[in-house]
Design a protein around this ligand. Structure first.
Ligand code: GCV
Length: 684
């Protein structure tokens, strides 16, 4: 038992009902291979899972047991005869890294369930898959399951600030990683790795992309708020190596965010120019040191030339030149550079900038560089169109960065299940009929990245229901074809009681629409949150006056013209997508004001723009009240602690959503002077 008390999330392994227990009895005897670190994790997980589900410890064997109930065999076909007899070895060997095969068979007169894979990592995923089936109360008779991850890379990025223990945009307390005490390990790190592996994550970046931001401590004293750049020093590498030893057991590779100016910060060079020989040599030597410490190290993540971070522009070099010097250093070790496309500067429309910076250098990046592109062109807003870069860089490895932590969607207070948002993005047609999910799954080194904000709070995510976002992210990264309801049902059923599944899943499914309505008015407006000074950034409270450029409200019009008469952003999409967005008559209503500046009384289906904005804001609050009522129906059905925690947050969400609604509708009224048809908007 861990010394600290914290939640098991979806790995609760509650007792199966009696009929199921009888049909799961094959798993009481487990014959699992030994050796690789991942196999220790497999055996341990089976011990926990089976003990919970069946109420009895499984017997773990190192040879096929003689048991009337049969047995569960976990191993590769090369290691175990029972496995190679039960499956087609060719099928197993043809699976990609992470893929697995689960099959029921009869072997020497015994019923067996075989979990096999070509790699040890695949055995971990296969084991979690089988345990998930059992946690969901599904049959494990006559199994013949073959799964492979759709995305080669399925990574979570931490924005944790080592040594300060804070988490940028984290709403669940301090950093999970006790940086001062590392390399000492905590049991919780193992449980975190279990949670990640259970949904198929295979990479973790342990520190913030803002590796160094000078902050003003007092009138004339500046300190670095983020000391992540120090992780490349010897002491930092020891800490990283310790974390990597935990993640490795679960098939997860460890990565670091690095500062582009590291050769100057850590080394004694006076430049970080990527074309300078000494810089090239410095990174090569540094990479050797990193791989000495962490032999299976994943690579470097870089935020360059963005929000105060140094980058190749400091030397008049391109992003490709910047990324490639790191790529050359990592290449001999099998490492990869994740180079972020999140760049913007003073510009009339920030949406157009990433494309302008990166599209011209398509094809110029080394093979072991992946461009990491945020889902939309702005910044994790409640709803954005997909970034234009996904359809514009066929010769570059691409990945899509999603935000699991709810920076702009109610943080640790509002219930907002983001799975529907991510589905919308992943299904986006990039132009020629290819959905975005396929663009990022095109080759090895591509994939999906999620910014997590987990912290030391006992429930990991700040809000219990936000756990569904971490779960859903992993499930979608593994299989973007899963539908949203399958994911929310799975999560609710494993995390709460069966009786509560339908209600909780329903609450999750309707939560994002509600947030979009009250935080934006539902027609594509965005970034109407309070920003504040550098030290008070909050992105939580409504503040539409603060950033007029994002919504373009005047007395005549509302929205931003991003067509060819405006910033030209729409034309960055290939046709026919560009054509659809260019014309307000064909532009989807939910993105209308992102692409168009329109008169307040522009006509929509049976109403006007301003009236729709009013209606949506009011609907959003009504929807939150309804979600709260649905949650209240769970009193006495689920445990008191989680019931109360979420009920209190719903109370607060009702208050905050009203605040959002009242601020926005007054703002719309102040600018348009057009009253709400239903008289709900108070006139000054
Ligand atoms: C890590 C937004 C967030 C920042 C974040 C940045 C990024 O601007 O508000 O906190 O910095 O995105 O993704 O780099």
């Amino acid at each position: 038992m861990p010394l600290e008390a914290y939640d098991d999330c979806w790995l609760r392994y509650d007792r199966a009902d009696e009929n199921r227990q009888a049909s799961y009895r094959t798993c009481v005897n487990v014959y699992a291979s030994v050796g690789a670190p991942e196999l220790g994790a497999v055996r341990e997980e089976l011990r926990r899972g089976i003990s919970g589900l069946l109420g009895r410890e499984p017997h773990l064997w190192q040879h096929p047991p003689r048991s009337a109930d049969g047995f569960l065999a976990v191993g590769t076909p090369e290691e175990m005869e029972v496995v190679s007899d039960a499956v087609s070895v060719d099928t197993v060997q043809s699976l990609g890294d992470g893929g697995f095969h689960i099959r029921s068979a009869e072997w020497e007169g015994a019923d067996v369930v075989v979990v096999t894979a070509p790699t040890d990592r695949g055995l971990v995923y296969g084991t979690f898959h089988l345990l998930r089936r059992m946690s969901l109360g599904r049959s494990i008779d006559d199994l013949d399951i073959v799964e492979e991850p759709a995305n080669a890379e399925r990574i979570v990025d931490h924005w944790d600030n080592p040594y300060r223990r804070s988490v940028e945009r984290g709403y669940a307390g301090q950093s999970l990683f006790d940086w001062e005490r590392l390399p000492d390990l905590r049991e919780r790190y193992f449980d975190y790795a279990r949670l990640l592996a259970s949904v198929g994550i295979n990479g973790v970046v342990v520190n913030n992309v803002n590796t160094r931001i000078p902050a003003r401590e007092s009138a004339n004293e500046f300190v670095s708020r983020n000391a992540g750049w120090r992780l490349l020093e010897r002491d930092g590498l020891e800490k990283t190596a310790a974390l990597a030893s935990v993640f490795r057991r679960y098939g997860i590779r460890t990565y670091l965010s690095v500062n582009f100016a590291a050769p100057m910060l850590i080394g004694d060079l006076d430049t970080a120019d990527p074309l300078d020989d000494a810089v090239e040599e410095w990174w090569a030597r540094k990479a050797e040191g990193v791989y000495d410490a962490v032999p299976d190290f994943g690579g470097f993540l870089v935020k360059a030339d963005s929000e105060g971070q140094p980058g190749p522009y400091d030397y008049d070099r391109s992003h490709a030149e910047g990324a490639n010097v790191l790529a050359r250093a990592l290449e001999p070790h099998g490492g990869r550079v994740w180079w972020r496309a999140f760049v913007y500067s003073d510009h009339d429309d920030r949406a157009v900038q990433a494309y302008e910076a990166f599209e011209p250098i398509d094809g110029a990046f080394h093979e072991n560089v992946t461009l990491q592109i945020k889902n939309g062109p702005i910044d994790f807003q409640p709803r954005e169109p997909a970034s234009t870069l996904f359809g514009a860089m066929p010769a570059t490895n691409l990945s899509c960065e999603l935000q699991i932590t709810q920076e702009y969607t109610g943080q640790g207070v509002h219930c907002c299940c983001l799975v529907p948002q991510w589905k919308e993005i992943l299904e986006f047609d990039t132009g020629d009929g290819t959905p975005l999910k396929e663009v990022i799954a095109d080759s090895a080194g591509e994939g999906i990245v999620g910014v997590v904000g987990v912290g030391k709070d006992p429930n990991w995510t700040g809000h219990y229901l936000s756990q569904a976002n971490l779960y859903g992210y992993g499930r979608l990264a593994w299989n973007p074809d899963l539908d949203t309801e399958t994911i929310t049902d799975e999560w609710a059923r494993q995390t709460f009681d069966d009786d509560a599944t339908e209600t909780i899943s329903g609450v999750l499914l309707d939560s994002w629409d509600a947030v979009v309505d009250y935080e934006t008015g539902g027609l594509g407006l965005m970034h109407m949150m309070y920003n504040g000074s550098a030290r008070l950034e909050n992105h939580y409270d409504p503040s539409p006056h603060e950033w007029p450029g994002y919504h373009g409200a005047t007395e005549e019009e509302i929205g931003v013209d991003r067509t060819t008469t405006g910033s030209g952003y729409a034309a960055q999409y290939p046709d026919p997508v560009a054509e659809t967005y260019e014309d307000p008559e064909t532009c989807p209503e939910e993105l209308l004001l992102f692409f168009h500046s329109l008169p307040w009384e522009y006509e929509l289906d049976e109403t006007t723009v301003v009236q729709r904005l009013y209606d949506n804001c009011f609907d959003g609050v009504d929807a939150v009240r309804d979600l709260r009522a649905r949650w209240h129906s769970l009193e006495g059905v689920i445990d008191e602690q989680r019931y109360r925690h979420v009920a209190e947050r719903f109370d607060e969400q009702v208050v905050q959503s009203r605040r959002w609604r009242d601020t926005l509708v007054s703002f719309f009224y102040d600018h348009s002077g057009i009253p709400d048809e239903q008289g709900r908007v108070p006139r000054p």
